[in-house]
Design a protein around this ligand. Structure first.
Ligand code: UD1
Length: 462
């Protein structure tokens, strides 16, 4: 009964955003450090017993969860604004055993298996579990670790890995991934830095976050070449030292801001960015009628009033990022013509389609391909983002809608966007964040107790 009351209270306190549509934006938006880089760089600190200083770390709930996980296994962390100091000199004896609820709360934490195995010789980590944008298996991580000489078994929802060589050290080898996986490339890259001999990774993921990881590991004394290409060579070293490293700008946040500019037909400047990380997105925005100017680490975007539909197909870097598919679809609902949007990276990443349809968008969904008939004016309503990037898409769509929208699902948004509302308000948006009773009306999403429980128990992704 008490639990029921607590859940009721939790539901009534669900936060939401009130987004006034049709406002013009103008000015400069600051891009934070990349969440996906920061998370794996935090895991990489486990490879050394010296101090690692990470600058430009965004303040996000995903970073909090990773911090709690590292603390739980004995790391000492302190944070001063956007700088994180990580000291893993004294890992707890039980540090090879990661807490279930924290790994479940954040899929990205699974990459800790690589550095912990390399440093401690054994690790027991919960399976990341199911998630909302697809099955996301971990077979590539496991096969890579086995190839490096670990015995890896699944025992009662845990992955148990142990180095079996007499020297308790992984052994360098040639590994060809069956699919391009960001997480598996990161796991094996980290593990191989302390292996004996040379590891060659083929069909490696090429995302900028992997380049950032290799840059930091090389500062720590690793010998890695080729990160950013599909073949990475890692010459194992005996130990790694501490370092200071600044996280790269978040290309997905920057892309979201570019799309916010386009959907509101407003001119914005955005920095800091590394333009090469955004080439596929910039090229699509240019094709649909946005003028984009570069100057060092700043992008200026000037959209034409009348934009044209373009097709996108998501694919691993340097292709169009799956993480921007949902925001881009929101943009396509407002342009002239029909665009074909194909999701090829994850099998269940179209959850925003139904919500956009509720706003009046005309979208035909066939499997993982959406045909978006643009040109309808979106109507403000109450909408819910079911995962991080679809929640961002809900905010983007609301900026263009007629009227004031209510956006729910902020527990997802807060995982990956630092200060999104204040940043948008700083360039002229009108977004307020409130907590209040979730009402049961025809067009307002009502959370059931089960939904609420799922919100906090599902593995979070992206
Ligand atoms: C990372 C990003 C996420 C992004 C995704 C793809 C982080 C924290 N998250 O997620 O924002 O959307 O890359 O760019 O960096 N796969 C397998 N076997 C495996 C691993 C993956 O089949 O062992 C498949 C997945 O099911 C998926 C595809 O590979 O279909 C890509 O997944 P992956 O690149 O591993 O994504 P994440 O690292 O989880």
């Amino acid at each position: 009964m008490q639990r029921m009351e607590a859940l009721k209270k939790e539901i009534s306190l669900l936060p939401f955003l009130k987004v006034e549509g049709k406002r013009k934006l103008s000015g400069h938006m600051r891009v934070s450090g990349a969440k996906n880089s920061a998370l794996v760089l935090m895991a990489a600190s486990l490879l050394t017993n010296e101090v690692v200083y990470l600058r430009n770390v965004p303040q996000l709930t995903d970073i909090d969860v990773m911090s709690r996980l590292l603390r739980a296994i004995g790391s000492k962390l302190s944070q001063d604004s956007n700088t994180l100091t990580l000291n893993t000199s004294e890992l707890k004896l039980s540090s090879s055993h990661l807490p279930y609820e924290l790994v479940h709360a954040l899929r990205a934490s699974f990459v800790c298996i690589g550095p912990l195995l390399a440093r401690l010789g054994e690790v027991k980590i919960p399976l990341p579990g199911g998630c909302k944008i697809g099955t996301r298996p971990i077979d590539e991580h496991i096969q890579g670790l086995r190839a490096l000489g670990a015995r890896v078994q699944i025992e009662n929802d845990y992955v148990v890995a142990k180095v079996i060589s007499p020297q308790q050290r992984l052994t360098g080898v040639r590994i060809k991934f069956n699919c391009k996986s960001v997480g598996a490339t990161e796991t094996i890259l980290m593990a191989a830095t302390l292996a004996q001999g040379t590891t060659i990774l083929e069909n490696a993921a090429q995302e900028p976050e992997i380049q950032d990881l290799a840059t930091m590991l090389n500062k720590m004394g690793a010998k890695i070449q080729g990160a950013g290409t599909s073949q990475i060579t890692i010459e194992g070293v005996d130990r790694l030292k501490g370092c200071m490293h600044s996280v790269i700008p978040d290309r997905i946040e920057a892309g979201t801001f570019l799309i916010a500019s386009a959907i509101t037909r407003s001119t914005l400047t955005i920095s800091p960015v590394i333009p090469e990380h955004l080439e596929s997105v910039i090229s699509k925005l240019q094709k649909c009628g946005c003028l984009i100017e570069y100057s060092d680490n700043t992008l200026s975007i000037i959209p034409r009033e009348s934009l044209q539909a373009v097709d996108i197909t998501t694919s691993p870097f340097p292709g169009f990022p799956t993480d921007l598919q949902a925001p881009f679809m929101a943009l396509m609902t407002t342009v002239k013509g029909t665009s074909k949007i194909e999701e090829t990276v994850f099998e269940n990443r179209m959850q925003h389609v139904g919500e956009l349809q509720r706003m009046g968008a005309k979208i035909l969904l066939e499997g993982n391909t959406a045909f978006v008939v643009g040109g309808n004016i979106l109507k403000a309503t109450s909408i819910t983002g079911g995962d991080l990037r679809s929640c961002a898409a809900m905010v983007i769509a609301s900026l263009a809608a007629n009227g004031t929208s209510i956006v729910q699902g902020l527990e997802h948004l807060d995982r990956g966007y630092e200060d999104l509302s204040p940043k948008l308000n700083g360039v002229g948006a009108s977004i307020t964040r409130s907590h209040s009773q979730v009402q049961k009306t025809s067009n307002l999403t009502t959370k059931t107790y089960e939904d609420t429980q799922n919100l906090y128990s599902d593995t979070e992704v992206a």
